[in-house]
Structures are given as structure tokens and as C-alpha cells.
Design a protein around this ligand. Structure first.
Ligand code: ADP
Length: 305
């Protein structure tokens, strides 16, 4: 994988697998500013509030064939996970969601999970705040390394980068081809988060909300049907602890403050594809495939089905 091989190349002393992993991690972390690195804070918001790194000009790069290295941006509830995971199945590349990595970390007793750290991390996530870049990058590095060991190539990232600093770090270690910026009317976002249900067994994402926005003042209406679980998941549904009204509003606020600038970061590099979701999956999925020039893949899939 490009991230890892670049990092590995930079790490001349890395000769064993363990050394390579350490070098990869430290290579990515090196991109963090020294002042940030020296902070052990778990919450990134205060650390980054005074740092507005400069956008470094337009670096439009050629796409690199089918070695997909894509990013999905978008507000909480927009459907990043839904569309990123569909595309990952279609293209045969892993869908890596940093929110899932954080939740897995909290559910496991991994190396980050000293009781105090785990408690603090949970508090941050449950309040809708961002966790520190250091932790996210460590979790992401480990996930990429594990994928590389299994022979994965390419990725669709969902939930990373979420700050300008994360975007700069990623830009420094790999060549992101395309950033899809999913957009949905603000009034639907809260309802979608509150309606989200997850199967505690298979991790499948469903939604009980029925969104029916009437046409008004020249704006078209919008309908999004619920996404019901299959019978085997119906009795195992849970709600994410951070999908409460108060916390979703905070996540939306943080998105606008910390993540929206990332859109401009990629726009100025000619990598941003804006995509307004016209409604639910039946209307949006074919349009997204067209926007990505992937209709052919869907035709092939339906023909094979
Ligand atoms: P959302 O539905 O708000 O997009 P995610 O599932 O992507 O939520 O993330 C859940 C939580 O995990 C976030 O609110 C944040 O606390 C943490 N998180 C995920 N990705 C990042 C990141 N790149 N940087 C900082 N925190 C993150």
C-alpha cells in the first residue's frame, strides 16, 4: 500500500516487520508538529484551535489506475459509511472508517486501553468531540498495516481526515486520488442520526427514520425511506451512544468548524468531487456511480447477479 511503502522507504533502518511497523507509525507521526506531538491530550479541539496551516497550492495529480485511494467527506448522518461500504464492495478495496476503529478500540482491550485512557476516550466520543490526531493516526496506521499483511491494496477512507492537520499528514504520506464530498439537506441529517440502528452482531447499519420533507418556497421535497434490518438482525439492534440529539448537534457543530475547511483543502488541489444526495439509496446510488464514471461496474454486477 502506498502509505506504507512510502513510509517504509523513508525508514532506511527498518529491516524487520516489527521495525517496519514502528517506522511507519513514527513516519506518519513525524508529520505532526512537534508541539502537537508533545501533547498527550486525547481531545484535539483545543490543540488545533490556533493552528491554521497554510494550504500549499494546487497539486493536481493524475489518477493512478484502479489502485483506489479515495476519501469520503461529509457531515454526520450524511451516509458516508453506507456509500463508502457499497463502493468498497464494488471495487474490491477496503472501507476504513476511523469511527469504527475508535469504537472497536473502545470495545476491545487493545494497547491504548489503559483504563484511564479508555474512560477518557469514551467521554470524548460520547460528547461528540474529536479525539486527538495522535490516537486516530495510531489506530489508522495499525489498520493499514494489518490490511497490508493480508494483501490489501487501496482504500476508501471514511471519517479521516477530519482536520486540516490530518489532511496535511495524509497528503504527506500518500497520493489521494479523489475526495467525495457527500452533501445532504441539513434538516435530514439530525433525523438520520437519530434513526440510525446498528446490529450488535454483524455491525450492519440500518435506519428507522422516514424522512419526508415537503416542497416549500421553490425548494423541491425530499423523501428517504427507512432502511429496515433483515429479520436476523431485527432483535439485535442498538443505538450508538453518540446518536442523541444533543451530541449529534455538537458533532455537526464540530464538523462545520473543524472538518469543513478540509473540503477547501482538497478543492484547491483539484481533488474534490461534490455530490448532493438527491434522496435515499435508490435515487442516490445510481447517480453517485454516474458521477464516479462507474456505471459500467454496476451493469457488470447486475448482469452477473
Ligand atoms: P460521524 O457519524 O459523526 O461521522 P464517526 O463514526 O465517523 O462519526 O466517528 C465517531 C467518533 O469517532 C467521532 O465523533 C470522533 O470522536 C471519533 N473520530 C472518528 N474519526 C476521527 C478523526 N479522523 N479524528 C478525530 N476523531 C475521530
Amino acid at each position: 500500500m502506498a502509505v506504507l511503502s512510502r513510509c517504509s522507504r523513508a525508514a532506511t533502518a527498518a529491516t524487520t516487520r516489527t521495525q517496519t511497523a514502528t517506522a511507519t507509525f513514527s513516519c506518519i507521526l513525524r508529520a505532526l508538529s512537534p508541539s502537537f506531538c508533545s501533547s498527550s491530550a486525547l481531545n484535539s479541539e483545543t490543540d488545533l484551535s490556533n493552528k491554521k496551516p497554510a494550504v500549499l497550492g494546487t497539486l493536481k495529480r493524475e489518477p493512478t489506475g484502479r489502485n483506489v485511494q479515495w476519501v469520503f467527506l461529509g457531515c454526520p448522518g450524511v451516509g458516508k459509511g453506507t456509500y463508502a461500504s457499497r463502493l468498497s464492495n464494488l471495487l474490491g478495496v477496503p472501507h476504513i472508517a476511523t469511527g469504527d476503529l475508535v469504537r472497536d478500540e473502545l470495545a476491545s482491550s487493545g494497547p491504548l486501553s489503559s483504563q484511564v485512557q479508555s474512560f477518557l476516550l469514551k467521554e470524548i466520543v460520547n460528547q461528540g468531540k474529536l479525539v486527538s490526531d495522535e490516537i486516530i493516526i495510531e489506530l489508522l496506521s495499525k489498520r493499514l498495516e494489518a490490511g497490508e499483511a493480508k494483501g490489501e491494496s487501496g482504500f476508501i477512507l471514511d471519517g479521516f481526515p477530519r482536520t486540516i492537520r490530518q489532511a496535511e499528514i495524509l497528503e504527506g504520506v500518500t497520493d489521494i486520488e479523489l475526495v467525495v464530498n457527500l452533501k445532504l439537506r441539513e434538516e435530514a441529517l439530525l433525523a438520520k442520526c437519530l434513526g440510525r440502528r446498528i446490529c450488535s452482531e454483524c455491525g450492519g447499519n440500518y435506519n428507522v427514520a422516514c424522512i419526508d420533507i415537503k416542497a416549500e418556497n421553490g425548494r423541491p421535497g425530499m423523501y428517504m425511506a427507512p432502511l429496515p434490518p433483515p429479520p436476523q438482525c431485527a432483535t439485535k439492534l442498538i443505538t450508538r451512544a453518540d446518536d442523541t440529539e444533543e451530541v449529534v448537534k455538537e458533532r455537526l457543530r464540530i464538523y462545520h468548524e473543524m472538518t469543513q475547511p478540509v473540503e477547501e483543502f482538497y478543492r484547491s488541489r483539484g481533488k474534490l468531487l461534490e455530490f448532493d444526495l438527491p434522496g435515499g439509496i435508490p435515487e442516490s446510488w445510481p447517480k453517485l456511480l454516474r458521477a464516479l464514471n462507474l456505471e459500467y461496474h454496476e451493469d457488470k454486477q447486475s448482469a452477473a447477479a
